[in-house]
Design a protein around this ligand. Structure first.
Ligand SMILES: C[S@@+](CC[C@H](N)C(=O)[O-])C[C@H]1O[C@@H](n2cnc3c(N)ncnc32)[C@H](O)[C@@H]1O
Length: 236
């Protein structure tokens, strides 16, 4: 496991039980923003979603009511526990389930635990606030694109470029201080999911209150980017 992955695993395992409560207002707002953008993100009614770096299930919860199945994957066991507990509490454990795993490791291009058909041919694959935590965004996008059916939708929700916070890199596994639109477009094109590329920024900032310590809020502007995998579109 890379240093970045270990850091993220440790950090999010610790944060998981408090994540939703601590950032409730921001989580709710992001879920509303995702719902509003469901169509531009490529959602098709009744489709299957791969919610990568799923955390407690923000993306699944936002879009899941319109989908037939949501599969979460995350390297943090505690985040996955939270996701599955929420799916159960919401009465959706039959169609929303998360697994501990890493689909983007350079050392393991085809993880055996994720080789069954249930982990392929998704109509939609997306990452909510996870890309700034990975070493190699190009590789991550390629690996996730492989899990999509031809014509499937790929999306990234993350932060626009911001001033670096150095201790984040050391303690929280942050590898990118946000992204520019050009960087995101390059990632999409390189992974073969740049068709009909769409990029939009939220009209105002969000705040992760007290994320940098008591009274020190992490204020960020979020973008939503989506594109389509090359190939013949299949109807659901
Ligand atoms: C800021 S949280 C976002 C969680 C959720 N998507 C959301 O929007 O609330 C980032 C998540 O990325 C996960 N993560 C970081 N690196 C990962 C990797 N290589 N593979 C899978 N998950 C990863 C962390 O464990 C954490 O749950």
């Amino acid at each position: 496991m890379s240093d970045t992955t270990s850091l993220n695993q440790a950090f999010f395992n610790k944060l998981a039980p408090d994540y939703d409560r601590r950032y409730q207002a921001t989580v709710n707002r992001l879920q509303d923003e995702l719902r509003t953008r469901a169509t531009s993100l490529g959602l098709q009614q009744g489709g299957r979603l791969l919610d990568y770096a799923c955390g407690t299930g923000l993306v699944t919860k936002a879009l899941g009511d319109q989908l037939s199945q949501c599969v979460g994957v995350d390297i943090s066991e505690s985040m996955v526990q939270q996701y599955n507990a929420k799916a159960k509490a919401d009465g959706h454990s039959d169609k929303r389930i998360a697994y501990v795993g890493n689909l983007i490791s350079p050392e393991d291009p085809s993880p055996a635990a994720f080789s069954s058909p249930n982990f392929f041919n998704f109509d939609m694959a997306g990452v909510g606030l996870g890309f700034h935590h990975v070493d190699d965004c190009d590789l991550a996008a390629k690996r996730l694109a492989e899990r999509l059916r031809p014509g499937g939708a790929f999306f990234i929700v993350d932060f626009i470029s911001h001033a670096p916070v150095e201790y984040h890199s050391a303690s929280r596994g942050v590898r990118h201080h946000g992204f520019t639109e050009d960087q995101v477009k390059t990632i999409f094109d390189g992974a073969g999911v740049g068709k009909n590329f769409h990029y939009e920024e939220m009209s105002s900032d969000i705040s992760f209150d007290h994320a940098h310590g008591e009274g020190k809020h992490m204020v960020r502007r979020v973008f939503f980017a989506s594109g389509e995998k090359e190939g013949i579109s299949a109807q659901i």
